[in-house]
Design a protein around this ligand. Sequence first.
Ligand SMILES: NC(=O)c1ccc[n+]([C@@H]2O[C@H](COP(=O)([O-])OP(=O)(O)OC[C@H]3O[C@@H](n4cnc5c(N)ncnc54)[C@H](O)[C@@H]3O)[C@@H](O)[C@H]2O)c1
Length: 259
Amino acid sequence: MGIMSGKRGLIVGIANDHSAAYAIAESLLKEGAECLFTHLPGEKMQRRVARSVEQLGVANPWLAQLDAGSDADLDAVFARIGAEFGTIDFLVHSIAFADKDWLKEGVFAQTPRHVFTQAMDISAYTYVAMANRASALMPSGGAMIALSYYGSEKAVPGYNVMGVAKAALESSMRYLAMELGPRNIRVNTISAGPMRTLSAMAVGGFSDILGWVEKKAPLRRNIDGSDVGGAALWLLSDLSRGVTGQNVYVDSGYSIVGL
Ligand SMILES: NC(=O)c1ccc[n+]([C@@H]2O[C@H](COP(=O)([O-])OP(=O)(O)OC[C@H]3O[C@@H](n4cnc5c(N)ncnc54)[C@H](O)[C@@H]3O)[C@@H](O)[C@H]2O)c1
């Protein structure tokens, strides 16, 4: 018996075993959660996510296709979960997207409209879209998290339009928390420090950011997936039952330093 025994939820955002969502799934599975997963459209993507999930010891994982930019896909995933399971207890939103040509120093002011709106859509709006559909499957309450980054509140060189989208994500989290709270559904974000993942590599100067954290953060180290996994487990379990509407920093303390 683990602290997540008897709880079932959807995890969106595993691309490979470096993904934040992979580490979150690992910590939830260890504590007895039942996890459902999605993959980007296409058989190759399906195989890739299935392989990662099987690595976590889940044989024949439950997998559904999801391009989060498609309302039809979103409807289909949550309708299928409703039909097959009835209810869920948690949701993990661990996705983001922005055209990497605009994630480097010196180009923010020129960000084209379609790049800006796509980053906002996939990286922020989808939390609202998923929360709405997931909450309909949480008749006796539940918990949700999404992954954010410090570039939402400070101008981090190269993070650009993604920082703007993360600000919208964190604000959306607060409005969702206020609206879903009366139904005992808790909504939070984790502001994670930099980690070497597929998406992170698209951010210009990412290695410099890692080096800076190691030098300046109170813990003098970068975080890894297990740090995020532990915080996610707390936020999705009953241990955090009084916590909602919060942006929880898992960043070795970097965000408190005023240098
Ligand atoms: N790696 C970091 O340094 C870091 C730091 C703070 C926050 N985050 C956030 O963590 C989350 C997960 O990113 P990661 O670092 O694990 O990278 P990752 O590349 O492993 O995961 C990103 C995921 O987003 C998914 N995705 C992109 N567009 C999608 C779409 N249209 N529909 C469905 N899925 C889509 C990808 O398939 C992938 O699984 C993101 O929100 C990211 O911004 C990452």
